[in-house]
Design a protein. Structure first.
Length: 289
């Protein structure tokens, strides 16, 4: 199974992507704050890549992507969502599923009203929150040093705390380099936008949208309020329940791939079938017309 790398020009930044050789449904992977596309390397290199067109992108200001041309426009959850939608358009993709982790999960939810071809969404460590500081904070655990996620500059000590909160014992040189490479404005602008209401009402999205939402979290996630996540009235909750993986932290797909990957495989299969049914129905309407 081949994985190819290239860059896509968008109005937000030059976007670095890697994609697998599968010819099935495109599945876009979105990483977290100050991370990179390589965080999904295990999933990309799995047998699923032979079946599905799996694409991981570096968000603007992250990894091998360029810094945002206009930070105030791009370094927000809606801005990142627009960049992801534009990237899919540049790739000629009209229908896709999206898998997002942490910040990437919030971006995936922001894509629901922005991408008509969205077949389904899987979110990990991304509580669907409302607008305003109180409605945001209820989705997260109260932790010391929380302001780090919005700091442009991190001290060496803060780098270590940030890495451990995200990855636990799964830190490697590439993930460390991704954190230090990240445009500090990406953290600062995003954090400010989050608490001043420059996000969609993501709770309302999952409680009203017809797009299936899969929810997967680690049982030992130190950042997420799992009780809040499990108590939402999802309209289309894939699998009929929120998955909580034992022994896994914030990056559950890294900590427990033996539990996460089968869930991802079932989700991908169901989204492929959903896309096929939709396309057949659309074709039938076209013929009837």
């Amino acid at each position: 199974m081949a994985i190819t790398n290239r860059k896509i020009k968008t109005s937000h930044a030059d976007i670095a992507i890697c994609e697998t050789s599968g010819a099935g449904l495109p599945i876009l992977f979105l990483h977290g704050n100050s991370s990179c596309k390589e965080v999904f390397q295990h999933q990309l290199e799995s047998a699923l890549g032979d079946t599905y067109r799996m694409i991981a992108m570096d968000l603007p200001g992250h990894g091998e992507s360029g810094d945002a041309i206009d930070p105030a426009r791009t370094y927000t959850m809606p801005g990142y969502a627009d960049a992801a939608v534009e990237t899919l358009a540049q790739l000629g993709i009209q229908r896709a599923a999206v898998v997002g982790w942490s910040l990437g999960g919030h971006i995936a939810l922001e894509m629901v009203p922005r991408f008509d071809g969205l077949v389904g969404v899987m979110i990990m460590a991304a509580p669907p929150v409302g607008q305003g500081a109180d409605k945001v904070m209820v989705g997260f655990q109260p932790i010391p040093n929380a302001e780090m996620v919005g700091k442009a500059e991190l001290s060496p000590e803060e780098v270590e705390i940030f890495l451990y909160a995200n990855y636990g014992s799964s830190i490697d040189a590439g993930l460390r380099e991704a954190l230090t490479r990240t445009d500090g404005r990406a953290r600062a602008v995003m954090f400010q936008a989050l608490f001043t209401g420059n996000i969609s009402d993501q709770r309302a999205i999952v409680e009203t949208s017809e797009v299936p939402v899969a929810v997967v979290n680690g049982a030992d996630d130190p950042l997420i309020n799992l009780e809040y996540v499990g108590g939402l009235a999802y309209r289309k909750l894939w699998g009929k329940h929120c998955y909580v993986l034992r022994g896994a932290g914030h990056a559950c797909f890294l900590h427990a791939p033996e539990a996460f990957d089968p869930i991802l495989e079932r989700f991908a299969h169901d989204m492929q079938q959903r896309a096929t049914r939709h396309d057949r129905g659309k074709g039938a309407k076209t013929v009837a017309a």
